[in-house]
Design a protein around this ligand. Sequence first.
Ligand SMILES: *Cc1c(COP(=O)(O)O)cnc(C)c1O
Length: 455
Amino acid sequence: MSDLRNLPSVDKLLNRASASALIAEYGRPLTLEALRATLEAARTAFKNTQQIPTETEIFQQAETQLQKWTAPTLHPVINASGVIVHTNLGRAPLSNAAMKAASEAALGYSNLEYDLAKGQRGSRLLHAEEMLVRLTGAEAALVVNNNAAAVLLALTALAKRRRALIARTQLVEIGGGFRIPDVMAQSGAKLIEIGATNRVHLSDYQQAIDEQPIALVMRAHRSNFAIVGFHTEPELPEICTVAHAAGLPVVDDLGSGTLIDTAPYGLGHEPTVQESLAAGADLVTFSGDKLLGGPQAGILVGRADLIAKLKKHPLARALRADKLALAALSATLLHYLKDEAIREIPVWQMIAAPEKELHTRILGWIAALGVGVAIPGESTVGGGSLPGQVLPTWLLALPNSRPVKLLKQLRESHPPVIARIQDDRVVLDPRTILPEQDEILLQAILGIFNANAAN
Ligand SMILES: *Cc1c(COP(=O)(O)O)cnc(C)c1O
């Protein structure tokens, strides 16, 4: 007998063991809401179907709803793309020590802003500062939320309602809509653009400085593209000489920034933080989670008087770094101090991974899978560093007549696998896959191939 009156009430459902199980898992208010929503949907459907669901069906639907409402939106993925610092995939994976430091800071109290020697309020700014000073040779350092914040703070504190000089060769968009000129405008600094898109001369700097009062000279790393062909641009030491002669500070946004030279690893040269400071930059800004290989952070190093001014600015409070990030950053910096960065920091392990090792790993995968071939390919560093530069790698190419479908299936597996298509084949780069993920990766691929074979 199909009659809406036979639909159980919420109260009746709540007395069932199935309801208790859902309440234990999801809590009472959410379970109640899911049951009400399921009953409401059943009443609506009844108008068309003249059918009412069984209690079992109601509980199943409610559970599906509860799973949907409570599923995390942020989950781990396997990065098989070969892009080491992949902004869409969360940039740098942390070292074990950095992860442990963050987790300790997260689980308990810490002396974040407490001076243990004096028994009074201290400063959160001191935690990574000493190590940054030691590593870079700068007079002082400051850590904020990210590099965009570092640039914003520097320009606001030093050039608000005044003029900041920048070459047109450097008015870049980094990605995600971050444009250097927009951030400069946001700071309240008036942008004075000099030179042409492809060519800037030292005389352009000199002329602009002679013509009007300027607060600072800015330089931004081009990050994600290279200018080839008819191009010229003064080097940082020359820019600093001209700026300093006029008493102006130079702020160098290095973007990724690196403390280690990338050249020995078969890559081009990425300017290091130490080089920028040695070239005369008064403030250098860079990210914590690009080539540094740590947590999201914006790092400023340079002249003590300028850093002091930045620390005192009200914006510094709004842009401050979080304690978990500070803990992880300090642990990451410690790897550099102890000369173990290449060994301990995942980003550097990936950069330094020997081709032969990557090849051997793929042969192991092929043996386990019973399918696929190893083909030579290229990995990239990403993260706005080393544009156009690649690392030779080995790729696992999977046999498939429908690569777009396979790519999607990999994306939809648990955990999702982010691969790419090259020459009509789905390829996976072992360089960016953490060794401990090998097993689940192989399970995911086998699962997909078995399911496709069964269909
Ligand atoms: C990446 C980048 C930024 C932004 O850094 P975030 O840490 O993502 O805020 C700024 N400037 C340059 C040149 C960059 O490459």
